[in-house]
Design a binder for this molecule. Structure first.
Ligand code: UGA
Length: 446
């Protein structure tokens, strides 16, 4: 059931319903689309990839994200969610048109805005009524003005549209929950009325909101991701000190995090931050600052800690094994984090590269990301079952902390191995349990 009816009846639901178009069906576009459709809005989702469109129409999401398929199927059959490959059709449909296309890092680390610009051009050619154009893609400061200029340059009168920045804060793996339960809604606009109108779309979520100018909204997104990345790099740097002095980083993080000014979240030491957002957005903010004449040294230090974290970990593995040549190393988990098949900037890629270069044979298992890694590293032995991962291996490395790995019978895993060495890159297992199963157990920050 769409969550439209709060007891006030269909009429009220119809009044609330907005015509929304969303261009781009990646994690942000698709999740936003199905959640807004599930709230009773009339959503038209758009992607230029005909294959994706065909799949979406059958209720098959092009990405792995828990919960999306169920809501997609429901909203398709209820008629709240439709799909097109035409930006023209999407522009004509929506009173609110979201741009949620990819902004991958370009060769110098600056986000590549080709897709955003192309969509802005298409929107400009097809606007035939007042439209709020919402930039949801993560874009450098000044991109809202850029989109506005592109539309104006096509001869569209200023009175026919407003450009609004509405950054997204959902995390992969928990994207549906995050979208329904946001900590805040951030809207940046020149025209406050447009911002307030967009806020109506989110009213049922009852989240705190921040209305500001375009540049500030764009910067909020970069600064938020960069601060979280900085927090992780901080605890990872502390983990190095812990290793040197025999302290335990989990206890240190707990002690720090219970101070409400610091907070418990994003203090999990591990192999470092990856994914499609933190690496790109931290680099993006460094570049934005540099272009404006500021050297953001603090963020550069966070990047350096992040690069070093996996190198230091692999040095420890290599030393313990006496070199990688001729050894078999098994990897548990390949995705950049649990509950996703995304491998962009995943630590598993660095680890596999180091192992293969060093002459090791690599075995690997991930619940959903193996096909993606296969395309990059075809010469890894991918296994079908988690308990086959470590068969005959000299060493097992936990790379991604999937929940199902936490429940593994380490006795059974150990019995299938040649050497009982376990390197835990995410502090997923208990040292006591691993040692009871006969493992030499090593982890980060203790
Ligand atoms: C991140 C932000 O958390 C979202 O708010 C934002 O919307 C999103 O980027 C985006 O810009 O689209 P995401 O990249 O999906 O979300 O994943 P996170 O859960 O933030 O994890 C990022 C990386 O940090 C992962 O590699 C994870 O393993 C690592 N991490 C996270 C740690 O090493 N320690 C922690 O305590 C938390």
């Amino acid at each position: 059931m769409p969550i439209t009816d709060n007891g006030s009846g269909q009429e009220a639901a119809d009044e609330r319903q907005m015509k929304v178009s969303i261009i781009g069906t990646g994690y942000v576009g698709l999740v936003t689309g199905v959640v807004l459709a599930d709230m009773g809005n009339d959503v038209l989702s758009c992607d230029k990839d005909a294959d994706k469109v065909a799949k979406l129409r059958q209720g098959i999401p092009p990405i792995y994200e828990p919960g999306v398929e169920e809501i997609l199927k429901r909203t398709l059959s209820d008629g709240f969610f439709k799909v097109t490959d035409s930006v023209a059709e999407a522009t004509k449909h929506g009173d609110v048109v979201f741009i949620a296309v990819g902004t991958p890092p370009g060769p110098d680390g600056t986000p590549d805005l080709t897709a955003v610009k192309a969509v802005a051009h298409e929107i400009a050619k097809n606007i035939d009524k007042y439209t709020i154009v919402v930039n949801k893609s993560t874009v450098p400061v000044g991109s809202g003005d850029m989109v506005e200029n592109i539309i104006l340059e096509q001869g569209v009168p200023k009175s026919l549209f407003d450009v609004v920045s509405n950054p997204e804060f959902l995390r992969e793996g928990s994207a549906i929950w995050d979208t329904r339960n946001p900590d805040r809604i951030v809207i940046g606009a020149k025209n406050r009325e447009a911002a307030v109108r967009l806020l109506e779309l989110y009213a049922p979520l009852e989240a705190p909101n921040i209305i500001t100018d375009l540049n500030s909204a764009e910067l909020i997104k970069y600064a938020s991701n960069s601060f979280l990345a900085l927090k992780i790099s901080f605890i990872n740097a502390v983990s190095r000190v812990c290793e040197l002095c025999g302290a335990d980083v989990n206890d240190v993080a707990k002690g720090m995090g219970t101070d409400q000014r610091i907070g418990k979240q994003f203090l999990q030491a591990g192999l470092g931050w990856g994914g499609s957002c933190f690496p790109k957005d931290v680099e993006g903010l460094v570049k934005v600052a540099q272009n404006l004449g500021y050297d953001f040294e603090m963020l550069k230090a966070a990047q350096a800690v992040n690069r070093d974290q996996v190198c230091h970990f692999m040095d420890r593995v290599e030393r313990r094994l006496g070199g990688f040549q001729g050894k078999t190393v098994a990897l548990l988990g390949l995705a950049f984090k649990p509950n996703t098949d995304d491998i962009r900037d995943a630590k598993s890629l660095d680890i596999i590269e180091t192992l293969l270069k060093g002459g090791a044979t690599v075995r690997a298992f991930d619940p959903v990301a193996m096909d993606n890694v296969k395309e990059v590293f075809p010469h890894v032995n991918y296994v079908d079952h988690v308990y086959e991962t470590a068969e005959g291996a000299d060493c097992l490395i936990l790379v991604t902390e999937w929940n199902e790995f936490k429940q593994l019978d380490l006795d059974r895993v150990g019995k299938s191995m040649k050497g009982k060495i376990l390197f835990d890159g995410r502090r997923c297992f208990s040292k006591q349990v691993a040692e009871r199963a006969g493992f030499d157990y090593y982890t980060i920050g203790s």
